[in-house]
Design a protein around this ligand. Structure first.
Ligand code: HEC
Length: 132
């Protein structure tokens, strides 16, 4: 009986030690990540000091926000330069822009670019429909 109790005590102690070690690890990880956060914030301050950036080109917006779907055809999104744009273009540029801003069916509002201006969204549509 004594042996069993001893084994139980040892196991429990080991389990507690494990949790404590995990806490220490989490603390260590937090500490290691801190400088990264500070560097990032410092960079953001510099960016803020330089004032608003100029508008992104249609290509830049497309590459960073629209490509995931419109570059690959994911969710049946019409691909850049594809004839699938033709009937959509037929709705008129205003309706296309409205749908891109508000979202339509699987197309998310602003194509997920929440900080894109209407003009930037419009430029991205122009870029995607070039030559159609
Ligand atoms: C998560 C995937 C996804 C992303 C990201 C995305 N789109 Fe779309 N988009 C779609 C899908 C899917 C459709 C087709 C929706 C439908 O007609 O059912 C679509 C359709 C459109 C249409 C046509 C709307 C219409 O009236 O026919 C425009 C314009 C458009 N997207 C613009 C953009 C722009 C600009 C971006 C980037 C800023 C973007 N999309 C990012 C999935 C996406």
């Amino acid at each position: 009986m004594k042996k069993l109790t001893l084994a139980l005590v040892l196991m429990t102690t080991a389990a507690i030690a494990n949790v404590a070690a995990q806490d220490a690890d989490n603390e260590a990880i937090k500490k290691r990540l801190e400088p990264v956060g500070q560097v990032y914030l410092a960079g953001a301050e510099v960016a803020a000091d330089t004032g608003p950036k100029g508008p992104r080109t249609g290509e830049q917006v497309y590459q960073s926000s629209c490509f995931a779907c419109h570059g690959t055809g994911a969710l049946d999104a019409p691909k850049k330069g594809d004839a699938a744009w033709k009937p959509r273009l037929g709705q008129g540029a205003d309706i296309l822009l409205k749908h891109a801003i508000e979202g339509i069916r699987a197309m998310p509002p602003r194509g997920t670019c929440m900080d894109c201006s209407d003009d930037e969204i419009s430029a991205a549509i122009d870029f995607m429909t070039e030559g159609v």
